[in-house]
Design a binder for this molecule. Structure first.
Ligand code: SF4
Length: 449
């Protein structure tokens, strides 16, 4: 009987696409894939380390898997494994800790996942746990990855970039994923074609800092050709795909050329996710972000002017060191005034080896929580206002997930989550619907027309 493996992912879409690559490697070796939660011979956790809470969740999952299935061979990889391997290795029952590069070379290190065969082959081994991990400055490989966002095989996340050269003072990602590097543009197109041939209707371009995509081809006599994100978009625009999105893009990298392409081609969805982090320029400076509030505001208005019915999601962090009530108030009023459609709110948490951890005037944790709730309420209000604008209008929805009670859900081009009664042939198809009723949190009701 073949051995089984169960995999679980925490964190960003990039992690999800990379877990798919690991799963494919197991399948090629003849392993069967078990759903997360079911017993399996091997368990792989691809971790996140964006906040202290993310680390905590990783530890809880590892402990729960070990408690429920003590015989399972436990492998932990991803950002938390790269940043804090000792913390993970200290958990009784963990068998293998793999750093960011090593997660794709699992079978180079191990082909016999037997708990009793554990050996300490690495100098940095902790107890009887094998830890294989390169230092961050050595993280220079690019491993290709793409995956479905769920079982419906309608939207695929395509990894085009990894790592980050920016130095945001709160962020550990450059330490976990290394320098910015990008996939050869011809491979991006090749992978996009594979995705299309598998029947997907939408491609979502992902990376750590996707807008920083740069692939250089050396030419004779010291010349070189540089491909940027816009060149990738031009190439993808030629393919037979219904929809393309960029998962997230830094404001300083969202160029006029990209916006022009979005207006001239019907493949690009009128939706952006643009991290802001703070609406107060003093805090943005302390965060070492590459723009101020005025720049961001002008960008949002420019996008709204150029792209009809655009949906814009915004990341924001509350409780950064030194964020006074007045600074937070500026962020609130700034976000409230902008034509945006939803927020992703994060509470600041102290991360080892960052610049921000040494900054004075730490914000009380209860205040962070309170501010986070205030912005979550604002997000609900923004979403409701955005959704309400489109009630009674006709929209195209890519239907993907069948929910309980005969209901199916999908997204409009501008990222309104929509629900409709299920009818055969709706899955993985773009249907015209009329939006009928909105709630701030729930998907908008609709009828197919
Ligand atoms: S842009 Fe800033 S926040 Fe984003 S990954 Fe890079 S350093 Fe981190």
């Amino acid at each position: 009987m073949s051995k089984s493996v169960s995999l679980h992912t925490l964190g960003c879409k990039l992690n999800y696409s990379e877990t798919s690559t690991i799963a494919k490697q197991f399948e090629e070796k003849g392993y069967s894939i078990e759903e997360y939660g079911n017993p399996a011979d091997i368990f792989v956790l691809n971790t996140c380390s964006v906040t202290e809470n993310a680390d905590k969740e990783c530890r809880q999952i590892i402990r729960s898997v070990i408690r429920n299935n003590p015989a399972t061979y436990v492998i932990v990889t991803g950002c938390y494994a790269q940043l804090q391997p000792e913390e993970i290795a200290k958990i009784d029952g963990v068998d293998l800790v793999l750093g960011a590069n090593e997660k794709f070379k699992l079978f180079d290190y191990m082909d016999n996942f037997q708990k009793e065969n554990i050996s300490c082959i690495d100098e940095s081994s902790y107890k009887d746990v094998k830890v294989i991990r390169k230092e961050v400055y050595e993280l220079d490989e690019f491993v290709e990855a793409y995956s479905a966002d769920n079982d419906s095989r309608t939207r695929a996340f395509l990894k085009i970039q990894d790592g980050c050269d920016y130095k945001c003072s709160f962020c550990t990602i450059p330490m976990a994923r290394g320098k910015s590097r990008s996939l050869d543009i011809s491979k991006v197109v090749e992978n996009a074609k594979k995705i299309i041939d598998s029947g997907y209707k939408e491609i979502i371009l992902t990376g750590v800092n996707t807008g920083d995509y740069l692939f250089e081809v050396n030419l004779p006599e010291g010349e070189s050709l540089k491909y940027k994100l816009i060149d990738v978009l031009y190439e993808l625009d030629k393919l037979n795909i219904e929809r393309i999105r960029i998962s997230s893009i830094e404001p300083n990298l969202l160029t006029d050329e990209i916006l022009d392409l979005y207006t001239s081609s019907n493949k690009f969805c009128n939706h952006f996710h643009i991290p802001l982090q703070s609406g107060d320029s003093e805090i943005l400076k302390a965060m070492r972000r590459r723009y101020n509030a005025d720049f961001y505001k002008d960008l949002i208005y420019k996008i709204n002017d150029k792209i009809q019915d655009v949906g814009i999601g915004v990341d924001v962090i509350v409780g950064f060191p030194g964020e006074s009530d007045a600074n937070f108030d500026n962020t609130y009023r700034f976000l409230d005034s902008l034509p945006i459609s939803y927020l992703h709110v994060f509470s600041y948490s102290e991360r080892r080896n960052t610049v921000a951890i040494d900054l004075p005037n730490s914000v009380d944790v209860r205040k962070r929580r309170f501010r986070s709730q205030v912005l979550r309420n604002l997000s609900n209000k923004k979403r409701f206002e955005f959704y309400t604008k489109y009630i009674g209008t006709e929209q195209e929805v890519l239907f993907e997930t069948v929910k309980d009670a005969g209901v199916i859900e999908g997204y409009t081009r501008n990222y309104i989550r929509v629900q409709t009664p299920y009818s055969a042939g709706t899955e993985n198809n773009i249907k015209k619907v009329k939006l009928s009723a909105a709630d701030s949190i729930k998907p908008v009701m609709s009828e197919i027309i």
